[in-house]
Design a protein around this ligand. Structure first.
Ligand code: NAP
Ligand code: GDD
Length: 348
């Protein structure tokens, strides 16, 4: 049987790495689009690249979502059956500092891929996945967010993704492209970017335990997030493109925790006994053993507008995709800690 071909924009990111591995196991030929950077940005996929068994089915090209000509020529050259658009300026706080660039990549970049599919006459051949986000719900008051919850984005990032969502729906309706939006809630893993809060907490606490760092500085401890594992979530992306009809799906665990609860769980697992004192930006965590302050809040990590509460209802995906989250928050934290400890031990 002819191998299916996937083209992944954002292959060097967390989800790009998990999705590549997932598709290679399913016997796909995977083309990945990486962007040029001044230092090597392929650390998350080097293991696939160096693996003799998958090497010939995993090919990387340079490209950029701000560059229409590279997008068009890559789609033309690779002739994919499925395109996954995972590329984005994905950091919410950074989007307040580079709003125009975030929109350029996240919104117009998505439009560029859809236009390329249309202009190459591939509307009937290519299936398209768009990486949507729970950040689009933003300041919603709904206790569980699902596919019918109205969007109320609260950052340039969130707004840029709302454009990408609706342009994907629009091209599906106007040109009959098999295009799906995955509205994914936060998903983490050992290879999560180091400035996202889960990785920052685990990395920081382990460094403090090992004596390589004195304090961990955080922002708002009281926002709530619905955290799943990236490995589980990339499977949902693929399942969406295997259905008879294109549609949009919320992917979430249905459980929500504050950042402080995450810190408490991680600290306990790493072997700290901590006590919280103070309020707001003056809140601190003290290591009970030596009375040292190990966590402080810093104003610079608070956002101009916060998304206070996210909790997803993935019933549609459970029913139609037969997709279920497999990894609990505790298991996720355990896996992230194990990886971090190994990383430091290997460096010693
Ligand atoms: P990530 O780790 O930040 O990866 C983003 C990817 O996009 C990287 O490969 C990055 O390249 C690439 N990229 C950035 N700007 C680009 C540009 N101008 N042209 C081409 N590629 C570009 O993000 P992730 O966590 O894997 O998330 C994947 C997608 O899902 C993103 O679109 C994100 O917004 C969305 N999402 C994520 C979550 C989550 O919780 N993880 C939840 C909902 C939605 P470099 O490696 O060179 O930086
Ligand atoms: N990054 C970060 N750093 N966040 C902090 C910190 C800190 O020092 N201290 C507190 N937080 C809070 C943020 O204010 C936010 O409420 C929460 O921790 C989670 O922040 P992030 O881990 O940066 O993730 P996010 O929820 O803003 O965005 C992620 O999830 C979205 C899906 O809901 C990203 O992966 C987005 O790309 C994704 O769309």
């Amino acid at each position: 049987m002819k191998k299916k071909i996937a083209l992944i924009f954002g292959v060097t990111g967390q989800d790009g790495a998990y999705l590549s591995k997932f598709l290679l196991k399913k016997n796909y030929k995977v083309y990945g689009v990486k962007r040029r950077s001044s230092i090597i940005n392929t650390s998350r996929i080097d293991d696939i690249y160096n693996d003799i068994n998958s090497k010939s089915n995993f090919v990387l090209f340079y490209g950029d979502l701000t560059d229409s000509s590279s997008i068009l020529s890559l789609i033309k050259k690779t002739k994919p059956d499925e395109i996954y658009n995972l590329a984005a300026q994905s950091h919410v706080q950074v989007s307040f500092e580079v709003p125009e660039y975030s929109a350029e990549v996240n919104s117009v970049g998505t439009l560029r891929i859809l236009e390329a599919i249309k202009n190459l006459g591939l509307e009937k051949k290519v299936k398209f996945y768009q990486a949507g986000t729970s950040e689009m719900f933003g300041k919603t008051k709904e206790k569980f967010q699902n596919e019918s919850t109205p969007f109320y984005p609260a950052s340039p990032y969130g707004v840029s993704k709302v454009f990408a969502h609706w342009i994907t729906v629009n091209y599906r309706e106007a040109y009959k492209i098999f295009a799906c939006n995955g509205v994914l809630f936060n998903h983490e893993s050992p290879i999560r970017g180091e400035t996202f809060v889960t990785k920052k907490i685990i990395q920081g606490l382990i460094r403090i335990k090992n004596g390589n760092q004195k304090k961990l500085f955080l922002g708002n401890l009281y926002s709530k997030r619905d955290w799943g594992h990236a490995r589980d979530y990339v499977e949902a992306m693929w399942k969406m493109l295997q259905q008879k009809k294109p549609a949009d799906y919320v992917i979430a665990t249905g459980k929500t925790f504050t950042i402080k609860e995450f810190v408490n769980k991680a600290a306990k697992k790493i072997g700290f006994k901590i006590r919280w004192v103070g309020n707001g930006v003056n809140e601190k965590a003290i290591d009970i053993k030596n009375k040292k302050v190990i966590i402080e809040c810093k104003k610079r990590y608070f956002r101009p507008v916060e998304v206070d509460y996210l909790k997803g209802n993935a019933n549609k995906a459970k029913k139609l995709l037969k997709w279920f989250p497999k990894t609990s928050l505790d298991k996720l934290i355990d896996e992230m800690i194990r990886y971090e400890l190994k990383f430091y031990n290997d460096k010693l």
